[in-house]
Design a protein around this ligand. Sequence first.
Ligand code: PMP
Length: 380
Amino acid sequence: MEQTDRMDCREGRDIRAGKKRFSKNAALENASWESGVRKVTPYTPGEQPRRAGIIKLNTNECPYPPSPQVKRLAAEFETDILRLYPDPEASLLVKSIAEHFGVGEDQVFVGVGSDDVLAMAFLTFFNTDKPILFPDITYSFYDVWAQLFGIPYSRPALDEDFRLVKEDYLVPNGGIVIANPNAPTGICEPMTVIEEIIAKNPGSIVIIDEAYVDFGGMSAIPLVEKYDNLLVVQTFSKSRAMAGMRIGFAVGSPKAIRYLRDVKFSFNSYTMDAPTIAWGAASMADDAYFRETVEKVAGTREYLKKELSSLGFSFPDSRTNFVFASHEKVPAEEIFLALKEAGIYVRYFPGERTGNHLRITVGTKEQTDALLAFLRNYLK
Ligand code: PMP
């Protein structure tokens, strides 16, 4: 009896194990590897047309070349710069940025474009169940990173003039991201508003994305000495005319920068290549050229605003190298397509609140005149 029981038991176990094995196999056969894929809707970058002879005013690049110091270094290019691994700390570049802003080298983090810096910052600092906050109309990569990293987020609406509603950022949150000046609106919020949001959120990292600040905005970098929850992100892609090199950086408290570096070095040590490090440092050191370039762009922007107004366009007051304009009569999409047909590329963002605007990058005076000449004729 005892024997039989044991047998039954054993058999039972065997049968159950066999069944389990069978159902496991069935589950294996029915499973699709796709159910385990991290699915995301990727960011759609602006078009990079290869057509010759076009006027490219669609991705906010600088119409002027980078500092002549970059060209000089490029001419002295030695192949060892490619043969050897680059400095993982990008020390030369970090030092030039720290010197420029009068902060410690331990307060600077560099990355492959500010997209890389922002993505690292999302991954590092936004790690709670509380939603992070950024406006409904802003740089559309923020949603993508939040989705990619599984970060809950909420997008308080800008008001009807596309201004930030400060109170929306004085609620419990897992972090805050504000582009200042904002994109695609071009609006710069006063530093008093930015500081209040940082000061009243000591429990969250506040990222201020200053991709366009050099064209007339005000930087929050001086506030990093006062608030260790502030991270200011800038780029070489716009005012330093080096979008093709991919350099971005963050300035923050030594503690915040340490956390960012820990995540970055857990991911890939050698993200920034050696020519980029050397040429970026040369660009940062050439302040006179930098100032001359941004002044030229800002001057053309003011001219563009004046002429667009006289053609029946209205727009928020841009402090950037682009204007977010809508026409009193003609739908934005129609103008966008007509411009494209004529080889003039601007950016159009379909959507309920943005769909009647064109984001026009400030080009050279000649490019701007060509754009205006087309519009004058088209809108007649
Ligand atoms: N932030 C904002 C607001 C931007 O518009 C852009 C440019 N698309 C970036 C960041 C990223 O720029 P980059 O990666 O070239 O530094």
